[in-house]
Design a protein around this ligand. Structure first.
Ligand code: FE2
Ligand code: FE2
Ligand code: FE2
Length: 166
């Protein structure tokens, strides 16, 4: 193991801790412990600080064109290779909840791939994307411009389940 490997492992661990603590915060709040929820959110924010520090040291943040290329490649890998394999395995094992989770993610990664590709075209022309609202479905992650759909085209959740990204 080298320090570069350690940075990668630490980045993965801190990133996972961030998302885990946010899920724990939601649960603590639902369970009636708002201050415990706040503590989870505080630690989650700190883990993001750590994750970003490790990522920068690894050279994982480049200029925006390079970052978009990395994002396109990552999303492409996920929807073309990773999730199809995971879905096949979940089907073979009869794990229905994993199947739904993987299928939702795969559909949305394909959308992200397309949105990032459009963004890269803009950046290549030295322009930011046009200013538009962006909505995310809190059930499946579906990501859409301008307005939330009446029913999510991926998971069928109602419009109220989509939130506008600040
Ligand atoms: Fe940390
Ligand atoms: Fe994605
Ligand atoms: Fe959805």
């Amino acid at each position: 193991m080298s320090t570069m490997d350690n940075l990668q492992e630490a980045f993965a661990g801190e990133s996972q801790a961030n998302r885990t603590y946010l899920a724990f915060a939601k649960k603590a709040e639902a369970d009636g412990y708002p201050q415990v929820g706040k503590l989870f959110r505080a630690a989650a924010a700190a883990e993001t600080v750590h994750a970003h520090a490790h990522l920068r040291v690894m050279g994982g943040v480049k200029d925006t064109a390079e970052n978009l290329k990395a994002a396109v490649a990552g999303e492409g890998h996920e929807f073309q290779h990773m999730y199809p394999g995971f879905i096949a395995e979940a089907e073979a094992e009869g794990n229905k909840r994993a199947l739904v989770s993987f299928k939702n993610a795969m559909a949305v990664e394909e959308i992200h791939h397309s949105l990032y590709t459009q963004a890269l075209t803009s950046i290549d022309a030295e322009a930011d994307l046009p200013q538009r609202a962006i909505y995310v479905c809190e059930i499946c992650g579906n990501t859409v411009y301008d307005r939330a759909p009446e029913a999510c085209p991926i998971c069928n959740a109602p419009k109220a389940k989509s939130f506008e990204v600040p």
